[in-house]
Design a protein around this ligand. Structure first.
Ligand SMILES: [Zn+2]
Length: 275
């Protein structure tokens, strides 16, 4: 049940969290799912989430990471070309780990000091958002038809930042709802089955925000050699790319973190509105 920091077991839990996340991150590193810095990110996020939250929190985090990694691997050969445009390859690094799990880790720490139900549901909302975004991206890359840039109203090449597909959007919604159902099942604070729906919706909204920001204010570069848009400042061909649009310093990780925050804040607002 709600186990705050006052029970005096926090140090033991942090040590166990450190051990477990080092082990889990090491397995992911061996499988090629994380690079070295991503392993560090998994340890930082995992230790905070397990140490301050406990098992239900850690299982939620693992559900996101394992499902996202499995979908990244699924059809990876077909996706390779489209993914070249993205900032990063299949191996997740420190920036991605913190972008996806940082908000959740902060909520776990808050819960450690103040075990209020709102922090659990905000945690669920943030994980629903990053799950939806990752599922949508990975399934969308397998789409037969090119994705749609909603904000400019035209089809764009696969891998374009912020572009969406029907398949990806449906998958993202299902991923968010799955996190909602898991959050109800694992909840240390009670809550009816109906809570899965607002969590799923919060994740869906976070995903849409990610797409909107990715298509508008995220920093996008242009490679003169290949004549292609890219999220990387150095294109995969080796050519330094020049800024095309977006805000300096707002990269894909920043956009993902904002989407995670939006998912969390949506659930915070929901908790306030329904009392
Ligand atoms: Zn190039």
């Amino acid at each position: 049940m709600a186990s705050g920091i006052e029970n005096g077991q926090i140090v033991q839990r942090l040590i166990l969290g450190l051990a477990l996340s080092t082990l889990a991150g090491g397995i992911a590193f061996q499988l090629g799912l994380l690079d070295g810095s991503g392993w560090l990110g998994a340890v930082l996020v995992g230790t905070a989430v397990f140490g301050f939250g406990g098992w239900p929190w850690a299982v939620m985090l693992m559900a996101f990471f394992v499902s996202a990694s499995a979908l990244t691997r699924y059809g990876s050969r077909r996706k390779a070309e489209a993914a070249l445009g993205f900032a990063k390859g299949g191996r997740r690094d420190l920036g991605q780990a913190l972008a996806n799990g940082g908000i959740g880790a902060m909520l776990a720490i808050l819960w450690g000091f103040f075990p209020h139900p709102v922090f659990w549901w905000m945690f669920a909302g943030s994980l629903a958002a990053v799950t939806a975004d990752t599922w949508a991206t990975e399934v969308g890359l397998l789409s037969e038809r090119p994705p749609w840039d909603l904000w400019r109203g035209r089809r764009v090449p696969p891998g374009t930042s912020g572009a969406i597909t029907r398949e990806g959007t449906i998958a993202g919604g299902l991923g968010a709802l799955g996190i909602g159902l898991l959050a109800v099942g694992l909840s240390p604070v009670g809550g009816s089955l109906g809570m899965a729906l607002p969590v799923g919706l919060a994740g869906f909204l976070g995903m849409l925000l990610d797409s909107l920001l990715g298509a508008t204010v995220q920093r996008i570069y242009w490679c003169d050699r290949c004549g292609k848009e890219t999220e990387r400042s150095i294109h995969h061909c080796g050519q330094p790319a020049r800024p095309l649009r977006g805000w300096k310093g707002l990269n894909n990780d920043g956009v993902n973190a904002l989407a995670a925050l939006a998912g969390a804040l949506s659930m915070g607002l929901w908790m306030i509105v329904r009392g």
